[in-house]
Design a protein around this ligand. Sequence first.
Ligand SMILES: [Zn+2]
Ligand SMILES: [Zn+2]
Length: 186
Amino acid sequence: MSHDGPLRAIRLLRIGAVPQALVADLAARVSVVTALPCRAGGAAGIEPVPLAARAQVDADRLLEALERLPRERGTVTAAVTAADMGSPIFTHHFGRARHGGHALVISLARMTPVFYGLPEDRDLMLRRASLELLHELGHVWGLGHCRDNGCIMRFVPSVEGIDNRGTTFCAACAASVPLPAALAPR
Ligand SMILES: [Zn+2]
Ligand SMILES: [Zn+2]
């Protein structure tokens, strides 16, 4: 890896009004999906910046603030927000991360079926959130988007895309990043 050795753990923080019990459940799910230990931390202590003229917070500013937080060697700072995230050139972001960075952020706003007028489904929301976190972790590892629909690195504009794309890395993507052994394609 480009920065400080292999990734050993993920620290999951919350931004704004996300129940700590939900963060804990998400951390448990992320540990399974990423095959890396994910610890639920507390509040990130970051105040989201609203996007001008939109009922959204600025995903890029959030990510910048997360990148500045103190961090243990070999860890990534992940954060979850309930606020809808956008950026000047994108209508929304399910998640955001910088290639080779140390942080990522995901938004639950468009992962809950309630956003689409459907009944609440906490389990489905947690599934989507943990898979999106794995996608952003791929960016942290330096991966770009992939055309393989079976690959977690495929770009998806809608939540159905998260539900329908693969749940781990294709062989080509996997070969170019230091994946935990449990995630290597068989
Ligand atoms: Zn992406
Ligand atoms: Zn791929």
